[in-house]
Ligand binder design. Structure first.
Ligand SMILES: [Zn+2]
Length: 295
């Protein structure tokens, strides 16, 4: 049977998935990253985990990898990511391709998460333009533009978290004042809920805070994220907008309709679907596998 492997490399763990050639999930395993240890040690453990998933009967046709940046995706090298301090200039693509004799592709972790979600939400018509915002400690983003991942110079990544959405309302470490990330990330929501006496945003929701003191938090979030999306949609004209991150589990249903209505009040781009990320921690592994799906 022809199969493919998707690998999602994070600072604490590495998720490895085995898929068939249509992208259907077969099996997976997770190993610790030990980020400070050298790449030469980590790769041995990756080999072991991949070998175990493959067993004896598989023809491996490709390996896709998603990894924290910065990366040189053309050379297939992990450059000097602060989350993987032992991996400086790690030639991960060449190393895996030498061992398994198949095509190997490397992309940024936020980009493969987007690809995974697009794959999971795929419709009859292929999605060639999509945008994803992830609300966690910060606000991450990725764009699929005319079927290709959108990148900045030197394979860099767009910093959508630093779009100004409320000028003057909060200095950001980037030098801006009123960035999306500082005001609307999962962390920002936690801090805003704590300022109202709740443990975090989930606690605020669970205790019915949205009927009272917490109501304006959601209103404010919709307004700020709405501004960022208004800008992004007018630049990239996506047919699918995906919202992800831990905060979405308690937020998406509350904001879905308002954000969609806000976007569709414009005259230019009405035809897009606003969806909640559905794969959670598996998005990276699934998206990595899609990098090597046969066309
Ligand atoms: Zn900023």
């Amino acid at each position: 049977m022809k199969q493919i492997i998707g690998i999602d490399i994070g600072g604490t763990k590495i998720a490895i998935g085995l898929f068939d050639e249509t992208g259907r999930f077969i099996a997976s395993s997770t190993i610790p990253t030990h980020a400070q240890a050298p790449f030469s040690e980590a790769i041995v453990r990756i080999f072991e985990a991949v070998d175990e998933l493959l067993g004896n009967t598989t023809t491996l046709t490709g390996i896709g990898i998603g990894c924290a940046g910065p990366l040189d995706t053309e050379k297939g090298v992990v450059q000097n990511p602060y989350t993987l301090s032992g991996w400086e200039n790690a030639p991960i693509v060449a190393t895996l391709s030498d061992r398994y004799g198949c095509p190997v592709r490397l992309e940024n972790d936020a980009d493969v998460a987007l690809l995974g979600e697009v794959f999971a939400h795929k419709k009859e018509k292929p999605v060639r333009n999509a945008l994803m915002l992830t609300f966690g400690t910060g606000v991450g983003g990725a764009v699929l533009h005319n079927g290709k991942l959108f990148k900045t110079e030197n394979f860099g990544h767009p910093e959508f978290g630093h779009i100004l959405v409320a000028p003057g309302e909060g200095e950001c470490y980037c030098g801006g004042d009123g960035c999306l990330e500082g005001l609307a990330s999962g962390l920002a929501l936690t801090q805003q809920a704590q300022a109202l006496g709740f443990e975090d945003f989930q606690d605020l929701v669970a205790q019915g805070g949205l009927q009272g003191s917490g109501k304006f938090l959601v209103h404010q979030w919709v307004e700020r994220v709405g501004r960022a999306l208004w800008t992004l949609v007018h630049i990239f004209s996506p047919s699918m907008v995906i919202l992800g991150g831990g905060a979405m589990s308690s937020l998406f249903d509350l904001v879905n309709q308002k954000i969609t209505e806000n976007m569709q009040s414009g005259i230019f781009y009405k035809e897009f679907a606003l969806v909640e990320a559905s794969l959670g921690a598996e998005a990276g592994m699934v998206g990595a596998a899609t990098l090597v799906l046969p066309v």
